[in-house]
Design a binder for this molecule. Structure first.
Ligand SMILES: Cc1ncc(COP(=O)(O)O)c(C=O)c1O
Length: 362
């Protein structure tokens, strides 16, 4: 296996994984060292998988400084299932939740919550979603069961770095596309969830960090598979968990620790994103979608002078080994998703391509 067969993959998710992780998984796929069986074949109740699960959890705790009062769950159903599980578990009778909507995923989250109970739109930057909400724009309602935010809107490429102040109301955050992109103060949130397939591992695993006291209030009438207290009794082992996905997440966590942890990866991410935004700002040919102070470090969205040029850009870029740059159909334009595992050489290659494309078409 050599890197020469790999192109630069700017896809928004499932997305690029660290090459050393793929190589280790490939090397050990047929038989885990000393075990004689594939990770795909071992029992989720056996000692080997237990070791993989606990090491992965311990590394997540170490990397993100997850306090002991929080439990870690690896679930199935994607972040989208959390859009429903959060209100099902946390919205008690007669209660309501406040939602901050800064993009397409926040819109989906609030839509699902409305099916479960009463919801208040605390603020939205729609329909264009060129920026995130500001703290002083929020119309939070005292006594809400929780406040929901999306830290990084993958489609629009807008990011809120940090947590909103909620006046003591539990804060729930969808961190699907920027989890582990930099340090996170977990103690600011009551619940954090993220689909793995952008910054953590393959599709099929969803990470949930939940403050223990929050989970206990969930109605016992919920289906067991959607009921946090049931799932927390034996975390990630109520039923057969996504074993292979958890194994890969574990390898990614070790890779991150090896790089120097979340401060180190943040510096790399800022450098990578900085190069792209500098190129976007260099002339008027490219136009960033997000306002400058809301720009995402993970998903860089930009437009070209015309849809025809955008089409050509995506086509020519693909031919040059830069794949996955077409923006989401709801926004148009281009989107470069440059998650943790995306190599800096790929960013440099895109910058060079952008310059060349502008020269030829500008
Ligand atoms: C911010 C955000 N939230 C939620 C989702 C939905 O995740 P899933 O496909 O795992 O349900 C995505 C997927 O792209 C996302 O980017």
């Amino acid at each position: 296996m050599t890197t020469t067969t790999r192109i630069f993959n700017f896809a928004p998710g499932p997305a690029v994984l660290p090459l050393p992780v793929l190589e280790e998984a490939q090397r050990d796929l047929v038989a885990l060292p000393g075990i004689g069986m594939s990770v795909l074949e071992i029992s989720h109740r056996g000692k080997v998988f237990e070791g993989i699960l606990h090491e992965c959890e311990a590394n997540i705790r170490k990397l993100a400084g997850v306090p002991d009062t929080y439990k870690i769950l690896f679930l199935q159903g994607g972040a989208s299932t959390q859009f429903s599980m959060v209100p099902m578990n946390l919205l008690g009778p007669g209660k309501w939740a406040d939602y901050i909507v800064n993009g397409a995923w926040g819109e989906k989250a609030i839509k699902e919550a409305k099916k479960v109970g009463a919801v208040n739109l605390a603020h939205t930057t729609g329909p264009d979603f060129k920026r995130v909400s500001k703290q002083d724009e929020l119309k939070l309602t005292p006594g809400a069961a929780y406040v929901h935010m999306t830290s990084n809107e993958t489609i629009q490429g807008v990011e809120y770095t940090g947590s909103f102040e909620t006046g003591g109301v539990p804060l729930v955050c969808d961190t699907s596309s920027d989890m582990f992109a930099g340090p996170i103060d977990v103690s600011k949130y009551a619940l954090v969830y993220a689909g793995a397939q952008k910054n953590m591992g393959p599709a099929g695993v969803t990470l949930v960090l939940i403050r223990e006291d929050l989970a206990v209030k969930a109605p016992a009438t919920l289906p067991s598979m959607l009921h946090y207290p049931t799932l927390l009794k034996e975390p990630s082992l109520y039923n057969t968990p996504p074993c292979f996905g958890i194994y890969i997440v574990g390898l990614v966590m070790k890779w991150l620790i090896g790089l120097g942890g979340l401060e180190a990866i943040r510096a790399i991410n800022q450098r990578k994103a900085g190069k792209l935004y500098a190129e976007i700002d260099r002339t008027g040919f490219y136009r960033g979608h997000a306002e400058k102070d809301s720009r995402s470090v993970m998903n860089v969205t930009f437009r070209l002078p015309s849809p025809e040029l955008e089409e050509k850009f995506a086509k020519d870029a693909k031919a040059a080994g830069l794949d996955g740059l077409k923006g989401h159909r709801s926004v148009g334009g281009m989107r470069a998703s440059i998650y943790n595992a995306f190599p800096e050489e790929g960013v440099d290659a895109l910058v060079a391509f952008m310059r060349d494309f502008e020269k030829k078409n500008g």
